[in-house]
Design a protein around this ligand. Structure first.
Ligand code: ZN
Length: 293
């Protein structure tokens, strides 16, 4: 069989944790493990370009009833002749002539037949915890932007709530974990050139932290609904995280999974810490959500 000619249909944005797929293509990776591509999957892969939310934990059951763990799940891309995985993908999503696909990596020795149907089961609890972590991460970044809104002396791009987008302009890495996230921001020269005045933040990060946590407490108390809007069910289809916050609906492009409501949390809090790296100040924002009881 040949490499797929359309993107994988993904059902995780709609909240699916189980589903079937037809095996379109398999290939043995250099480490001996098979890569399995199906027409459809509920398994969230780690994204190549912005790997903030890791892969789901899941199992794959073959047509003959053999159940194996999906050891890794990554985004792949093909031009019809070769398959590239993760960081090896040489083009951006949406590039003409390229198909993006979810790649399930199985233990060596298990190769489901091409054309056969396989069943996926995602670890529901782990997914829910990562979804909560991702939702908390978006909220914390919006609350941080709001708390730092007065620290800008120039007009810069605004975030989904209309505040200067410190998060987008300063972020280095973002890592989603179970019920939380860790965001690393660089407060260097280029951010100053864009008009950011870091002195108040550097002098008293606890004041900013308090403001962020006050905002988050209000948002969690509202129990606002969260949904993922999508143009299509294809892997590269445009998807947006939308949350009906008390001060207005916010919408952020996002390919991850999310809690369906802020009522899933009893609280969300951040901790800000400053450090110096390569002569520039860096700030870590650790966000933790507590599940509603
Ligand atoms: Zn996101």
């Amino acid at each position: 069989m040949s490499l797929p000619t359309v993107d994988t249909t993904v059902t995780y944005p709609a909240g699916a944790v189980a589903g079937t797929g037809t095996v379109l293509y398999t290939q043995t990776l250099p480490d001996g493990r098979p890569a399995v591509l199906t027409d459809s999957t509920p398994v969230h892969p780690v994204d190549a370009g912005w790997p903030d939310q890791g892969a789901d934990r899941a199992t794959l059951t073959t047509a003959d009833g053999t159940e194996v763990p999906v050891e890794d799940c990554v985004v792949g891309a093909t031009d019809g002749s070769s398959l590239f995985l993760g960081r090896d993908i040489p083009v951006r999503k949406g590039t003409e002539g390229w198909v993006f696909t979810v790649v399930h990596v199985l233990p060596a020795g298990t190769v489901p037949a091409e054309g056969s149907e396989v069943r996926f089961q995602v670890d529901n609890g782990y997914r829910a915890a990562l979804s909560a972590g991702h939702t908390a991460c978006h909220l914390a970044s919006l609350a941080l932007n709001k708390a730092l809104a007065e620290a800008w002396k120039k007009d810069v791009q605004a975030d989904a709530a209309g505040n200067p987008n410190f998060d987008a302009l300063a972020i280095e890495t973002s890592t989603i974990s179970e019920f939380g996230s860790r965001d690393l921001y660089r407060l260097g020269k280029s951010l100053r050139r864009k008009g950011f005045l870091p002195d108040a933040l550097l002098a008293s990060p606890e004041v900013v932290e308090e403001a962020v946590n006050r905002t988050l407490a209000g948002w969690v108390a509202s129990g606002a609904a969260v949904r993922i809007e999508r143009d299509s069910e294809l892997l590269t289809g445009m998807r947006r995280w939308v949350c009906d916050l008390p001060d207005g609906t916010v919408s952020i492009p996002c390919g991850g999974t999310h809690s369906d409501s802020l009522a899933r949390f009893s609280g969300i809090q951040v901790r800000l810490s400053l450090k110096t790296a390569d002569g520039a100040a860096e700030m870590v924002m650790e966000t933790s959500g507590a599940p509603a009881g």
